[in-house]
Structures are given as structure tokens and as C-alpha cells.
Design a binder for this molecule. Structure first.
Ligand code: ZN
Length: 168
């Protein structure tokens, strides 16, 4: 079992994309919509982003974090993989919760961020089909973090004035 995992990791090593770190300007750009999700280049990028997210032990990864300014992100939560193309938050709860977040573009940085407890997101999946994602808790948090990336917003922008002093 373990050997198999090691082998798989080795095999995937060559397709691992480097992560763009803050303050690279691509992280601040508003990403553009994807016109054709079935474009082979997009399909290839999706596969590479999933591998890269897993290799870097991330829970989510936005295309801008691998230098592509397009509206695509991937999230893995509780072994469930989410591929979101052109995602849009359709509604979010007014109730906010404080939780710790990290970001692959900010190695070693963890911040307490207030986010909506629940969100409803609409997007296209990897097959170009419209889907709805209803999320609470950690997944809702990850969706808000990644969709922020697509708008050039970073988690450092979301730290409240008083929140940073508050201990959990
Ligand atoms: Zn991030």
C-alpha cells in the first residue's frame, strides 16, 4: 500500500506545477472567463492542477496560483474533489464564522478569517456542464477563498481590524 503511494508520487512528479508566491502580480489580476472548458489545454491544466494541489498538500488551488489568469479552481475536501470552472457565489449566509486559513502562495502563513458559514456556488464542471455546489463549514470556506483568488483578492485582504488580536 505504502509502496504504491510512493510510486504514484514519483510518477506524478514531472507534472507538478510550481506555485506562484505573493507578491507576484498575477495573484492580483482578475481572472478571465473560460469560454471552452473542453479545450485540451484547459483539460490538461485541470489534471496538472489537481496533481499540484495534492503534491503541495493544499486543500485548494486557483489557476492564478500557477500563473494562469483564468477562472478555474480545484478543491479537495474529505476526499471529494471539486473542479470549478467560472464559479460564482449565488448566495451566502449572513452568519459568519472565524476559522484558520493557509494559502499555498503564502507558505507558513496562517490567518484567522471571517467567512460566511454557508454558500451556494454555480459553476461548470470539467465536462462543461452547469452544476450547483451547496456547502457549509470547511468546504464553504475553501470555496470563498478560491473564488476570491479568481478576483485577485487574497486572504490577507480579509483579515478584520480587530480579528487579528482575537485568540481562538
Ligand atoms: Zn490561496
Amino acid at each position: 500500500m505504502e509502496e504504491k503511494i510512493i510510486q504514484e508520487n514519483h510518477k506524478s512528479q514531472k507534472n507538478i506545477l510550481p506555485i506562484v508566491k505573493y507578491p507576484h502580480p498575477v495573484l492580483r489580476k482578475k481572472c478571465r472567463k473560460i469560454k471552452n472548458p473542453l479545450d485540451p489545454e484547459i483539460q490538461k491544466l485541470i489534471a496538472e492542477m489537481i496533481k499540484s494541489m495534492e503534491a503541495h498538500n493544499g486543500m485548494g488551488l486557483a489557476a492564478s496560483q500557477v500563473g494562469k489568469s483564468i477562472r478555474l479552481c480545484v478543491i479537495k475536501e474529505s476526499e471529494q474533489l471539486y473542479i470549478l470552472i467560472n464559479p460564482k457565489i449565488k448566495s451566502q449566509s449572513r452568519e459568519k464564522v472565524l476559522g484558520e486559513e493557509g494559502c499555498l502562495s503564502f507558505p507558513g502563513k496562517f490567518l484567522n478569517i471571517k467567512r460566511s458559514e454557508k454558500v451556494k456556488v454555480r459553476c461548470l464542471n470539467e465536462k462543461g456542464k452547469p452544476v450547483k455546489v451547496k456547502a457549509t463549514g470547511l468546504l464553504a470556506r475553501a470555496l470563498q477563498h478560491e473564488i476570491d483568488h479568481l478576483n485577485g483578492i487574497l486572504f490577507i485582504d480579509r483579515v478584520g481590524k480587530n480579528l487579528s488580536k482575537k485568540k481562538l
